[in-house]
Design a protein around this ligand. Structure first.
Ligand SMILES: [Zn+2]
Length: 378
C-alpha cells in the first residue's frame, strides 16, 4: 500500500515536473547502477552500451598488479573503449582510496571494486562502485584478500587523466605523537617460550605519554587486572570490535563514557606482566567470536604519497616496440613476473604511464607493463 501510494506520488510529480525528475524519483525504487543511469541519461543505444560495458570482461581477465600508493597518467580518448584494471592485496583495517583527476569535473569515469572469490574458477565479484558522476571512490576493507580495481571512462570522455590509489589506516595512532617506528613488537611474536603468541602490537614511548582513542567509541571497562595491568577497553560500535590498551601507567578518569578520536584515555607505562620491560602500550583488537585480530593495518601510518607528477605522456594511441621486449605484470623489474613478450616492431595499445613504465594492451587484449626504453610512440 505504501509503495503504491509512493508510485502514484511519483507519477503525479512526473506530470508536474517532467521527465528528469521522474528519473530521480523512480531511482529511489529501482536503484539503478551508475552505468545504467549513464546509459539512460545520455540515451546510449543498447548496442553501443553493451560494447562499452563488455570491456569490463576483458579487465576481469587482466593480471596486472600494483603496490600502493600508485599513480598513473595518460589520456582518455573518446570511442577508444579503454579499460584499466589493477590487482591489489588489501588488509582488514585499511581504507582504499581511488581518485581520478581529469580536466573537468563533468568528465565521466566509473570506478568498480571486485574481490577475488575463493572458488575453483578464481572469479572476481563486484563488491562496490563509485557513485554516478563521482571521480573518486573509497572503501574500508573488512576481510583481507585480493581485489581488483577497474577504472573505465565514459564512451565520449576525452581528457588527460591521473589515477591515484592509496590506502589509509582506519584508526588514528594510539600513542600521542607516536609513529610506526615506535611499534617494536608485532602480531604473532613468541611469548612465554612459545606457550602463546603475541595478540597485538607493542608501541614503545616514554612513561606518561598520553594514549588516545583511535576512533569514536565508548569506554566499555577499565581497571587493573592480570597480565595487562592497568588497562582500558574501548568499544568501536561501527566495526563491532573492542580495542584493548594495556600496561598503562595510569588511566584517565573517564568512567564508562563516550570518547572521540584523539581523546586521552590513559598514559603509557609498564604495569602487569610488562614490569621488567621498558614502558610501552600493548594495543589489541578483539572481534566477537573471531577473538584477537592483527591490529597493525588499522594503525600503520603511511607516508603521505607525494605522487610526483610524471612527465607528459604521449597522446599516441599506440606504441611500437624497438626490439624483442618483456611484458610484465607490475611496473618494476625486480618484483614483477614476465607474463609475455613482444617481437620487434609490435604494436601495443597505450593505456598510460607510471614512472618509467608504460601500461599497455597487446593485440590479444592482455594488459601489461613495458619499460619506456623498449618502445616508441607511434
Ligand atoms: Zn604486547
Amino acid at each position: 500500500m505504501q509503495r503504491l501510494k509512493f508510485v502514484s506520488l511519483i507519477l503525479f510529480l512526473a506530470v508536474l515536473t517532467g521527465c528528469s525528475k521522474l528519473n530521480k524519483a523512480t531511482d529511489l525504487l529501482t536503484n539503478p547502477t551508475a552505468k545504467e543511469r549513464y546509459q539512460r541519461d545520455f540515451g546510449i543505444s543498447d548496442e553501443l552500451f553493451l560494447l562499452w560495458e563488455d570491456q569490463v570482461q576483458i579487465a576481469l581477465k587482466d593480471s596486472v598488479e600494483v603496490d600502493l600508493p600508485f599513480l598513473q597518467t595518460g589520456h582518455f580518448k573518446p570511442r577508444n573503449f579503454p579499460v584499466y584494471s589493477y590487482n591489489l592485496n588489501l588488509k582488514t583495517g585499511e581504507e582504499l582510496d581511488v581518485i581520478v583527476e581529469t580536466d573537468s569535473v563533468t568528465d565521466l569515469v566509473f570506478i568498480e571494486l571486485y574481490e577475488l572469490q575463493n572458488d575453483s574458477l578464481k572469479t572476481y565479484k563486484k563488491i562496490a562502485d563509485s557513485d554516478y558522476g563521482m571521480l573518486n571512490f573509497s572503501k574500508e576493507i573488512e576481510q583481507p584478500g585480493t581485489f581488483k580495481i577497474i577504472v573505465q571512462p565514459g564512451i565520449e570522455t576525452s581528457t588527460p587523466f591521473t589515477i591515484k590509489m592509496k590506502t589509509t589506516p582506519v584508526y588514528a595512532f594510539p600513542v600521542a605523537g607516536g609513529k610506526n617506528t615506535n611499534i617494536q613488537s608485532f602480531w604473532g611474536a613468541v611469548r612465554d617460550g612459545g606457550r602463546r603468541s603475541h595478540e597485538g602490537v607493542d608501541i614503545f614511548a616514554p612513561r606518561g605519554t598520553p594514549v588516545v582513542a583511535v576512533t569514536n567509541g565508548r569506554i566499555a571497562s577499565s581497571g587493573e587486572k592480570g597480565l595487562g595491568g592497568k588497562q582500558v577497553w574501548l568499544r568501536d560500535p561501527d566495526r563491532g570490535q573492542s580495542l584493548y590498551y594495556a600496561h598503562l601507567d595510569s588511566i584517565a578518569p573517564l568512567g564508562n563514557s563516550r570518547v572521540k578520536t584523539g581523546d586521552t584515555i590513559g598514559f603509557v607505562g609498564n604495569t602487569g606482566n610488562a614490569r621488567t620491560t621498558a614502558p610501552h602500550l600493548h594495543f589489541g583488537i578483539y572481534k566477537g567470536y573471531r577473538g584477537a585480530i592483527d591490529p597493525l593495518a588499522f594503525i600503520f601510518q603511511l607516508d603521505d604519497p607525494s605522487f610526483d607528477p610524471t612527465e607528459d605522456v604521449p597522446e599516441a594511441y599506440n606504441l611500437i616496440t624497438r626490439s624483442k621486449a618483456n611484458l610484465r605484470d607490475s611496473p618494476n623489474s625486480q618484483n614483477s613476473t614476465v607474463i609475455g613478450s613482444s617481437s620487434a616492431q609490435d604494436t601495443l595499445r597505450l593505456l598510460g604511464k607510471t614512472a618509467e613504465w608504460y601500461h599497455v594492451r597487446t593485440p590479444e587484449n592482455m594488459a601489461a607493463f613495458i619499460h619506456e626504453s623498449l618502445v616508441l610512440p607511434l
